[in-house]
Design a protein around this ligand. Sequence first.
Ligand code: SF4
Ligand code: SF4
Length: 95
Amino acid sequence: MDKLKMEEMVPGFVITEPGSTVRVKTADWRTFKPVIHYEKCTDCAICWVFCPEPAIEVRTDVEKGKYVINYDYCKGCGVCAHECPTKAIEMVRER
Ligand code: SF4
Ligand code: SF4
């Protein structure tokens, strides 16, 4: 998505359209990224529920390992790793 010029921005930076963040890749400044260790994952969906971004996607074409991180939107907040009941998500430093 092209960057907006100052005069094109809405006063107060109000979001006028639902779902608009999907068009903006928001992960540029991430320091740590979550990595799912699928041998520990039970597909419980808790990471998907708690992720504050549209960063965990659900695959419907597999039996196991349905939850996948979309690194275009993951900000590396670590909420998923904190909430995962089996500690299947490890936060690793970006390179
Ligand atoms: S919270 Fe953990 S165990 Fe549950 S789906 Fe996510 S990675 Fe897998
Ligand atoms: S680190 Fe944060 S933004 Fe990234 S997938 Fe986990 S909960 Fe979502």
